[in-house]
Design a protein around this ligand. Structure first.
Ligand code: CDP
Ligand code: MG
Length: 638
């Protein structure tokens, strides 16, 4: 540990921390920022300091807390802890708390001066997530007003100018990272199949190159799972004398224990191949990596104005991402980086990615600001202000959700929505469910929607078999769509007694068993949030099943009024908000059914625009729930 680069600037850092309220620390990934800086600050005044360290990702928050607890030889959850959505591992004595940026924002809503902390460290500021951006705005203000608050902004990229301009009087400190030369290789011609190219490259490295682990970047879970399977199938068939390949996936939706595996050493004559999303780009450092394979793409959240939802799109990375990826190979010794694109294509990449606030739905940030009492949204102290059009859309959405009133002031409902750890659509659904006396079934469904990749795509060979197994649950939904089917899955899962039965059943239906187990956890947490809000959630009403299904769908419609579409003669649908063409995804139980209108809670774009998680709706419902919306839209449509 003694040779971590951060320790060579310890004195200078301590001096800056003592003398300034705001310090900006720039240092390459792996220099020891996240693990050491909290401990250095804690040591300045052990009895006094209470430190919050934010991370854009849950995995990083959990992993760092574990690491720092180890380093301080304390039990996790005591001196060092973490808080992430739906999980709290800290207590009243915790001095160094790692949390996701979202959780700190929530704490800030409840306690606007953050009096519970003496220091707030905003880590991974270069990632420029919407929430980190918001926190910077709030903290810049709080730090002027409150004595005894110190802010540290940490970033892995050199462009500190934006931050120094923003935080007046901030001091900047640079840490020189350890860096060994990394040889770069490009492809002579572009490849079609990145999974295949990744697997081939990993095998070539394994056969031709001396010891050192491999880190491969792919865009998402699906590709990572495919590559892991492929590598597993060849790992034992390596020529004699060649190390055995141990493929290890790493993405956010993976259960924590499996994520942990990538940090463990593998035995002799074995070589780790970590297949990761951009999670491994800066926020996690995996020891032992000498070879990097860079697929050149990642998934980013993009707001589709025409469809009314954020969606994840696979897009080319920026040069800055490519540099970070390459850097991962040269941390401990000289390394090699294999870019699975041509040198020409590299030069066409944009220098930096666009900050999230410029491309995502901003209704959540705006609700947060309103809840914090900020009325002038446009004039607020933004690190980067969203486009005016995006702000207007968000205000309209929040008004439709009844979070804001006619004058743009936050409503009682809006205040409650702002503290729930859910996107505004889902918060609104849940709060309406309480009024309708259907909290329990809606909680089941909202919990499912809060988890990615719960219902998986069956392998094409298995599709028919899986669909047969799913059929009874679809039939029991009374043709009321995918949300009701989800609930039927949850009910059946809960009725199974043993864990083996649960696992077996999930496998048969191609449901992610780990994720399903999480649903229960999330449900409990949400219930706790509602209770702490003093909401009366136990006033369950009795309905006949088909009435209950109607009530549930109507309740979701209140949150997803903007995500509705009308049937066209050619079997496609046109969104009510913008008249955009949208298709029902074949995985939906509404696919191929004749319905006059639909509501969808998910949207994906592959070869065309698809609605997923679809429920048929009646136009009368829409009329009753949002008369202004419908008349305004259809008038404009003619
Ligand atoms: O934040 P930054 O990227 O500057 O570095 P860090 O996360 O503090 O990591 C410092 C060093 O600790 C790295 O070289 C990692 O290899 C090591 N580390 C580790 O081995 N296991 C962890 N769970 C976290 C860090
Ligand atoms: Mg870090």
């Amino acid at each position: 540990m003694s040779q971590l680069p951060i320790l060579s600037v310890r004195d200078a850092l301590e001096q800056k921390l003592r003398q300034n309220k705001i310090t900006i620390l720039i240092g390459e990934t792996g220099s020891g920022k996240s693990t050491q800086v909290p401990q250095i600050i804690q040591a300045l005044n052990p009895k006094h300091e209470r430190i919050a360290v934010t991370q854009p990702r849950r995995v990083a928050a959990i992993n760092l807390a574990k690491r720092v607890a180890d380093e301080t030889k304390t039990k996790l959850g005591e001196l060092v802890g973490y808080t992430v959505r739906f999980q709290n591992m800290s207590n009243a004595h915790t001095r160094i708390k790692f949390l996701t940026d979202g959780m700190l924002l929530r704490e800030l809503m409840l306690r606007p001066n953050l009096g519970q902390y003496t220091t707030v460290i905003l880590d991974e500021a270069h990632e420029r997530t919407v929430v980190t951006d918001l926190l910077m705005g709030f903290l810049n203000d709080i730090v002027q007003k409150r004595d005894g608050l110190r802010i540290v902004v940490m970033s892995a990229t050199l462009d500190a100018e934006k931050f120094t301009h923003f935080f007046k009087g901030a001091q900047v400190l640079y840490v020189q990272g350890r860096r060994f030369p990394v040889e770069r290789h490009y492809l002579p011609t572009p490849v079609e199949d990145l999974v295949d190219a990744t697997v081939r490259t990993a095998i070539q490295i394994n056969i031709g190159e001396p010891t050192g682990d491999i880190l491969a970047f792919l865009s998402g879970q699906e590709d990572i799972d495919k590559a892991t399977d492929l590598l597993n199938s060849v790992s034992s068939a390596m020529p004699k004398g060649v190390p055995e390949i141990v493929p290890l996936p790493l993405y956010a939706a993976l259960p924590p224990q499996q994520q942990q595996n990538v940090f463990d050493k593998v035995g002799p004559n074995k070589r780790k191949v970590v297949l990761a999303t951009n999670i491994a780009e800066t926020s996690l450092t995996i020891p032992g990596v000498r070879y990097v394979i860079d697929g050149g793409t990642h998934k980013v959240k993009v707001w589709r104005h025409d469809l009314g939802l954020d969606s994840l799109l696979t897009t080319p990375i920026s040069k800055s991402n490519a540099a970070q990826r390459l850097g991962r190979a040269g941390r401990e010794a000289p390394g090699k980086c294999y870019r699975l694109y041509t040198e020409h294509d590299y030069h066409t990449l944009r220098p930096q990615g666009e900050p999230e606030i410029e491309r995502c739905d901003v209704s959540f940030p705006i609700l947060t600001l309103k809840s914090a009492g900020v009325d002038d949204i446009i004039g607020w102290n933004w690190l980067e202000r969203p486009k005016k059009g995006a702000i207007m859309t968000a205000l309209t959405q929040l008004y439709l959700l009844k979070a804001l009133d006619n004058e743009g002031k936050i409503t009682h409902l809006g205040k409650k929505m702002a503290i729930l750890p859910l996107p505004p659509h889902l918060s609104s659904v849940l709060l309406h469910a309480i009024d309708s006396g259907i909290t329990q079934p809606v909680l089941d469904i909202v919990s499912c929607l809060s988890i990615e990749n719960l219902i998986m795509n069956p392998h094409p060979d298995k599709r028919e078999e899986v669909n047969d197994k799913r059929l009874p649950f679809v039939q029991a939904s009374g043709n009321m769509g995918d949300l009701i089917v989800l609930r039927n899955y949850v009910l059946h899962y809960q009725s199974l007694k043993s864990n083996d039965d649960k696992r077996e059943w999930c496998k048969e239906l191609c449901i992610n068993a780990r994720a399903m187990a999480n649903v229960e956890d999330i449900r409990k947490q949400l219930e706790r949030y509602l209770k702490s809000n003093k909401d009366n959630i136990d006033n369950g009403k009795q309905f006949a099943p088909s009435d209950l299904f109607d009530e549930i769908v109507k309740c979701f419609l209140k949150g997803f009024v903007g995500n509705t579409a009308l049937s066209m003669p050619d079997r496609t649908f046109r969104t009510i908000s913008s008249g955009q063409t949208i298709n029902i995804h074949p995985s939906s139980c509404v696919f191929g059914k004749k319905v006059e209108a639909i509501m969808y809670t998910e949207y994906i774009f592959t070869t065309k625009a698809y609605a997923r998680m679809v429920s048929p709706i009646q136009l009368e419902w829409l009329q009753a729930i949002a008369p202004h919306y419908l008349s305004r839209r259809s008038a404009g449509d003619e």
